[in-house]
Design a binder for this molecule. Structure first.
Ligand SMILES: Nc1ncnc2c1ncn2[C@@H]1O[C@H](COP(=O)(O)OP(=O)(O)OP(=O)(O)O)[C@@H](O)[C@H]1O
Ligand SMILES: [Mg+2]
Length: 399
């Protein structure tokens, strides 16, 4: 809740105390909005949560733990069915949990019903009322909280301004584009000044350009309002671009949670390394601190496996291509299969030439993907050409 908003609610409550307003226009709910706003920005702590849906053999959440700092945006990322929506729904109180504790702003809300948790959720489907205008949709939650018309209209217009839709306020939502409808849904969620904002794939029904635009807006608004937010998506790029931290989920729990860059550069498990971005799986020998990959010593991430036959997980940009044909102890000969020009960079797919790699790969030629900047591509790079793949000394995970 902004300072102005807080003052307005406080003024409304004062009015009530002065007897100027009718009891029906400003209720206890409005007071609760004010009190809750003081808690807003409070962090989330989900501890040891188990969730089993009736009739299911496996747990949808299995000792799930999540800490979100006040005002932080955490993105949950993971394959279909890994429990992302269940985590959000359990946090909001829409699902009962079988074990664990949920704290918000230092308060135990585990047994508090959903409508008392002061959280707002935005789903993939806009779930707006089609027979209402944009502003009426945004006002709705404030109306059921008992705010006066004047007050709820003022807050609704402020939120529509925040999402850039003031000029569309009186339009029926069914006459709006998908992107506009999702903005209305976002304004409606923010109107109640939730302590926590939960977004479950809010952008997945939108086309690529609107998606990018709206995710930037969501992030701007989230930072501006300081609302503690959990955002669920399938889209890696979306997660990497907006999150303070990303939690990668697998089988009902978070496997790693870290800042986007850390998660990408220092994945702690094979699942995380292969889930985010492209990863080459290259045979290597490791002493736990360093690995020998194609004759090059590569530093290893903590927790890496050791042994003479491990797999180093190496990003495409941590490999370089040499087209000079020079013989060297460092690097491995390969043949270029395809070259993809991607604007700012080039992605090259190649297969290793030495039969030893094919045998080690179960009889299939070992494919390697290399990425270089489009201005830094070596001369003579061509499909079918022979090249040498050379690892860079960038930290990698060995498994
Ligand atoms: N209402 C339900 N009843 C029974 N099982 C459910 C129910 N909702 C979800 N599940 C199961 O719980 C597990 C987690 O589902 P959830 O919807 O949380 O996954 P998700 O990560 O959000 O997936 P998606 O990316 O496809 O949305 C899945 O195995 C799913 O089949
Ligand atoms: Mg889901």
């Amino acid at each position: 809740m902004s300072l102005a908003e807080r003052k307005a609610v406080a003024a409304a409550i004062d009015e009530l105390h002065d007897g100027k307003a009718e009891q029906s226009s400003v209720t206890d709910a409005a007071r609760a909005v004010l009190e809750d706003s003081q808690e807003r920005g409070g962090g989330i702590c989900m501890q040891h949560i188990d969730k089993i849906y009736p009739g299911n053999a496996t747990k949808a959440l299995d000792d799930f733990n999540l800490d979100v700092k006040p005002g932080e945006m955490v993105v949950l990322l993971g394959g279909s069915g890994c429990g992302k929506s269940t985590a959000l729904r359990s946090l909001s109180g829409l699902e009962d949990i079988q074990a664990g504790r949920i704290m918000v702003g230092g308060q135990d809300v585990t047994s508090v019903p959903a409508n008392k948790r002061n959280m707002a959720m935005v789903f993939q489907a806009y779930s707006l009322f089609p027979h209402m205008t944009a502003v009426q949709n945004v006002e709705f939650g404030l109306e059921i909280r008992g705010l006066s018309f004047k007050e709820r209209h003022r807050i609704a217009m402020e939120k529509l301004e925040l999402v850039g839709l003031v000029d569309q306020a009186t339009k029926f939502t069914q006459q709006m584009s998908g992107g506009q409808q999702q903005r209305v849904a976002l304004a409606r969620a923010l109107a109640i000044s939730p302590r926590v904002l939960l977004l479950d794939e809010p952008l997945s029904a939108l086309d690529a350009k609107v998606r990018v635009q709206l995710r930037e807006e969501i992030r701007r608004i989230q930072v501006e309002t300081g609302t503690t937010t959990v955002f669920v998506t399938h889209d890696q790029e979306e997660a990497l671009s907006v999150a303070d931290r990303i939690g990668v989920m697998n089988h009902g729990r978070i496997e790693q949670i870290d800042a986007p860059q850390t998660l990408y550069q220092r994945p702690s498990t094979e699942y995380v390394a292969t889930f985010i971005g492209v990863t080459n799986r290259l045979p290597a020998a490791s002493n736990g601190d360093e690995a020998l990959v194609f004759g090059r010593c590569v530093p290893l991430i903590e927790g890496s496996a050791r042994g003479d036959e491990v797999t180093a997980l190496i990003r495409p940009e941590a490999l370089t291509i040499d087209t000079s044909g020079r013989t060297s102890a460092i690097g491995e000969k390969a043949q270029v299969q395809s070259i993809h020009f991607l604007g700012s960079h080039i992605r090259v797919d190649a297969v290793l030439k030495d039969e030893v790699w094919t045998r080690a790969n179960g009889g299939k030629p070992l494919e390697v993907t290399v990425q270089c900047s489009s201005t830094g591509a070596p001369d003579g790079l061509a499909v079918g050409g022979d090249v040498t793949i050379v690892p860079l000394p960038v930290p990698a995970l060995a498994v």
